[in-house]
Design a protein around this ligand. Structure first.
Ligand SMILES: [Zn+2]
Length: 316
């Protein structure tokens, strides 16, 4: 605009420039504005305070698997509306919005790939798809992923980020807890190794089923992990909860997690775990001995006792 025109129309307020979407992000941990690409390069964590940003299931899988090895499974499975559910919106409409927003057909991405050269089946929930909630299709995809790992004798990794079971499918969502647990039990019986990675937040029916059934459970730093939320618990027991309650570090201290690993180191940790167990498997095959599961001494003692012996009081 020329000077003369500006005089004619009077002084104008400077126009507020909008920041282009997706270039910068405000960190929820330290409040700093951080360059998006820097965050991505640092595995979606803040370089200043280490805050872990929520990422999509697909991004998580890409971070874990070796380049170009991932083959998605059951990508065409999509939810129906078995209960014709409607609250403030129809369930079908909620699904359409979620599909458009995320480009996914359901709240989980599953597939086969290699992690540090180890064939693995990987699945990751996506919180942006209806809060990463578990309904019929999520349960079915977890079950199929487990079956695949079982059939092909490879490692299983599931990454959770979920608000729990999806209420719009009612009891059908709750049934998935039993279904996924049953498949994981079968996988465990076959000697398979399942690593569960818990990201912020992992709650409800997902925590109460496959997320907590890992042979090794890894939590991301600061992740909220629990069944009911802290506010509900506080109101129910009418007591103030201890600081850091339901966060990864708290759960690690109380024996609910095996380790807390920052996201940039998760792949390295997975590879170390898989290397260790592959080596152990190889050694077992070499000596041609079946792997013997050692039971803790306390359990052995109990098992050797005669029925009813526990009830006897010691005599002096
Ligand atoms: Zn930060």
């Amino acid at each position: 605009m020329s000077w003369f025109k500006r005089i004619e129309s009077g002084l104008k307020r400077s126009i507020k420039r909008e920041m282009p979407d997706g270039l910068w992000r405000k960190c929820d941990g330290c409040g700093e504005i951080v360059y998006e690409r820097v965050i991505q390069r640092n595995y979606w964590t803040c370089i200043k305070c280490g805050h872990h940003f929520m990422i999509s299931g697909r991004d998580y899988i890409n971070m874990l698997v070796d380049d170009g090895t991932f083959e998605e499974m059951d990508a065409c499975l999509a939810s129906g509306d078995p209960l014709s559910f409607k609250d403030s919106k129809r369930y079908t409409d909620r699904l359409k919005i979620a599909i458009k927003k995320t480009g996914l057909t359901e709240a989980i991405v599953t597939g086969k790939g290699q992690i540090g050269g180890h064939p693995s089946v990987v699945g990751a929930l996506d919180f942006k798809f209806l809060g990463g909630s578990m309904a019929s299709v999520v349960g079915e995809k977890v079950a199929r992923a487990t079956r695949k790992a079982l059939d092909e004798k490879c490692f299983l990794v599931l990454v959770s980020s979920s608000g729990g079971a999806r209420m719009q499918e009612g009891i059908l969502s709750l049934m998935q807890m039993a279904k996924t647990s049953a498949w994981l039990a079968r996988f465990a019986e076959s000697g398979g190794l399942y690593v569960s990675i818990l990201t912020h937040p992992t709650t409800g029916g997902v925590t109460a089923s496959f997320a907590m059934l890992g042979d090794i459970i890894i939590g991301e730093p600061g992740a909220l992990i629990g069944f009911a939320g802290p506010r509900v618990i506080e109101q129910t027991i009418n007591q103030e909860l201890p600081p850091g309650f339901q966060r990864s570090e708290f759960l690690l201290d109380h024996g609910m997690l095996d380790m807390v690993v920052p996201r940039p180191e998760i792949k390295k940790t997975l590879v170390e775990i898989f290397d260790f167990f592959s080596e152990e498997k190889r050694q077992v095959q070499e000596v041609r001995k079946p792997a013997v599961l050692k039971t803790p001494p306390s359990i052995e003692v109990r098992a050797n006792r005669h029925p009813g012996e526990d009830k006897q009081l010691p005599t002096k």
